[in-house]
Design a protein around this ligand. Structure first.
Ligand SMILES: Nc1ncnc2c1ncn2[C@@H]1O[C@H](COP(=O)(O)OP(=O)(O)OP(=O)(O)O)[C@@H](O)[C@H]1O
Ligand SMILES: [Mg+2]
Length: 301
């Protein structure tokens, strides 16, 4: 009997192909060419990123994944202009990135709201830094808070919000200056699983409503597949581009897509890239057996 042909992550439904073609015909917002970053540590040198090249098109949702320490945060900090590269180029709308700029919004992992400012003042902060008058900044902040359903919390302080609410405010705070690109470094990793899933769907909602290109770093393969148009996979030591995967799942993305054959095929490919079988001589790190630290044996059987 013939076995069922297995679906490959390269098999794209026509709607996905058409969507990706449309996306690739839009202008390039971010272009990274041969980016290298070395850190001097004492007498030696760590090559954190080695010859990274990729581009993102307008309104693309690009996820970047890779093992811990492969240079994801370093890459996003260079894109944000918070760190300088040792070689290569970063072009935003064709112009070299030199330092931070309002055309790039940033959302980090931790809760990065100013605890001493109210929610509204947190959202107004970037606008005020860009010389928008107080009344206009307050009006715009109120509109953004209404977009994420938090207008009632405008006068609250960050400690009075839940983790998900704080990250919703962090996202609009990064969007108020209407950046060209939103850079997100593991923004949902401190949230519980349920809030995290709701935030993923919510981010896609915001992305649909705002003309924005997103570069999103994550460790979580499911999160990357659920969110991205394309996934850039980095390998470790030094961080290099392993593959750029086009996600073969239609939009709008729904939680039910997470159990589809396309999702499973993409996840299998990512697993193979991120956790390749150990080569001979490259044994996996072993953890020592934990000695019994109690006499009450019957309670731990
Ligand atoms: N300021 C620094 N000085 C020296 N080495 C650094 C510095 N920042 C990062 N590194 C090194 O560069 C490499 C990449 O670090 P980075 O934080 O970018 O990795 P990452 O992929 O974001 O890791 P994680 O998944 O754990 O967040 C690591 O080996 C790290 O030790
Ligand atoms: Mg990191």
């Amino acid at each position: 009997m013939d076995s069922e042909p297995t679906l490959s992550y390269l098999d794209q439904p026509q709607a996905v192909k058409d969507r990706l073609d449309r996306m690739k015909s839009r202008e390039v917002i971010l272009q990274v060419q041969g980016l290298t970053k070395k850190f001097a540590t004492g007498k030696s040198e760590i090559v954190a990123l080695d010859q990274i090249s990729f581009k993102t098109h307008r309104r693309e949702f690009l996820c970047i994944i890779g093992p811990s320490g492969c240079g994801k945060s370093t890459l996003v900090r260079i894109l944000a202009g918070l760190e300088t590269a040792s070689g290569g180029k970063v072009l935003l709308d064709g112009h070299p990135v030199r330092g931070p700029g309002r055309e790039r919004g940033m959302v980090f992992q931790g809760y990065t709201l100013f605890p001493w400012l109210t929610v509204r003042k947190n959202v107004m902060f970037g606008l005020r830094m860009n010389n928008v008058g107080r009344a206009e900044a307050a009006k715009q902040a109120n509109e953004w808070l209404a977009l994420i359903g938090l207008q009632k919390f405008a006068d609250a302080y960050p400690h009075q919000l839940s983790g998900g609410m704080k990250q919703r405010v962090a996202i609009i705070r990064a969007l108020v200056n209407r950046p060209r690109i939103l850079l997100m470094d593991e923004p949902f990793s401190a949230l519980d699983a349920q809030t995290r899933e709701r935030m993923q769907s919510y981010l896609l909602e915001i992305w649909k409503k705002v003309d924005i290109t997103i570069v999103f770093i994550t460790h979580d393969l499911d999160e990357a597949i659920f969110l991205a148009d394309r996934i850039l996979v980095l390998s470790a030591h030094p961080g290099r581009v392993d593959e750029l995967i086009e996600v073969p799942i239609v939009r709008p993305r729904l939680p039910t897509h997470c159990t589809s054959p396309e999702f499973a095929a993409t996840k299998a490919r990512l697993e193979a890239l991120i956790h390749p079988p150990a080569k001979p001589g490259e044994e996996e790190e072993t953890y020592p057996a934990v000695p019994l630290l109690t006499d009450a044996r019957d309670e731990v059987d």
